[in-house]
Design a protein around this ligand. Sequence first.
Ligand SMILES: Cc1cc2nc3c(=O)[nH]c(=O)nc-3n(C[C@H](O)[C@H](O)[C@H](O)COP(=O)(O)OP(=O)(O)OC[C@H]3O[C@@H](n4cnc5c(N)ncnc54)[C@H](O)[C@@H]3O)c2cc1C
Length: 368
Amino acid sequence: MRAHHIGIAGAGLLGRLAAWVLASQGHRVEVFDPAPGPAPLFNGQGAAGFTAAGMLSPVAERESADAALAELGWRSIALWEGLSATLHAQGWVQQAPECPLFTGLGSLLVAHGPDLGAARRVLTRLDDGTLAPARQPSPLTREALQGLEPELHGSSGPLHAWMLPGEAHIDTVRTLNALHAAATATGQVQWHWGQAVQSVAPGAVHTPRGRYAFDTALDLRGAGARPACAVRGVRGELVWLHAPGVRLSRPVRLLHPRHRVYIVPRAGDRILVGASEIETEDRSPMSLRSAVELMAAAHSVLPALAEARIERLDVNLRPALPDHHPEVHHAPGLLRINGLYRHGWLLAPALLERALHDQALAPHGLLS
Ligand SMILES: Cc1cc2nc3c(=O)[nH]c(=O)nc-3n(C[C@H](O)[C@H](O)[C@H](O)COP(=O)(O)OP(=O)(O)OC[C@H]3O[C@@H](n4cnc5c(N)ncnc54)[C@H](O)[C@@H]3O)c2cc1C
């Protein structure tokens, strides 16, 4: 395959992954992003990929994603497992290298006793009869739940719980940092930080500093891609807790009639509690209501969080298209991917693998 000169607008989740895999294929890559540098900003302005909890949940997300997206999700889980092993093996995981980026221990759904009816209705929506037996939510006895996650207890009595086998989670911040380090180390990537792209055209990226010409331009700007596509930002808020001594091995989602709250373990005794979903592009700090609801719900199933310290209240925008489906647009010299919404980590590698192949930039099965 001929080596191309490729311009990428956006150094978020898709942009960094694309930069690494394309540079590893021998292409020469230039990446443009308004951020001042590669580090996360945590001020509501940077890539949504940094804010994300990193749940890889093809089944739990069936409430808002169809079977085709779930299949991409299963493919991505397999790809992330391999990609994260490569990032580790090549030494690009510089923060907490002893902790895995990818953890594939399944995830849990839990419900308080009085909410069993509402939880069963959600379970019906998650499994419409098409799930393979090995992927179906399986109910856990009280003893089985205690064996898996001994610190989960309901504030109003025992919890109902279901295991979602095969689901996984990934440490988003360390993975994005590692992707940047790996891409840089190829010697094939030039980063243009502090440069917002005004438009992306076939073979060209336009910034206030001028027009940059490429063989192919990739538009991966997420919520910043308007007016090139009809993307909108959907606000999400997430709490970072420092909780030394609190043991949690896998993501837990609370099925509650009013709130959708999840708790996700991270390296360094961190636990994330998320996330609100609000139809606004407001990037201002987290509201009191969201903070109270998220933390009260998390504490109601994981009481050991009582002494956790609140480290950060993070906010960002999920890039969503009107139908909540991702869009991949191909034209000669131009590839645009957007609309990953609340499933970016779940979809990115599988989506990118297919799109780069269809754009004739990479062989089939590139990321395997
Ligand atoms: C609170 C929250 C929780 C989430 N949890 C999960 C989860 O558990 N699992 C999951 O799969 N997904 C989750 N997501 C969704 C996931 O984060 C997004 O789908 C994903 O980040 C989208 O990837 P992207 O590369 O399209 O956009 P981003 O990661 O947002 O990257 C876009 C990049 O483009 C840059 N950019 C913007 N404008 C311009 C411009 N004019 N010029 C150049 N560059 C520009 C931005 O600075 C950014 O770096 C969550 C999102 C949020 C907000």
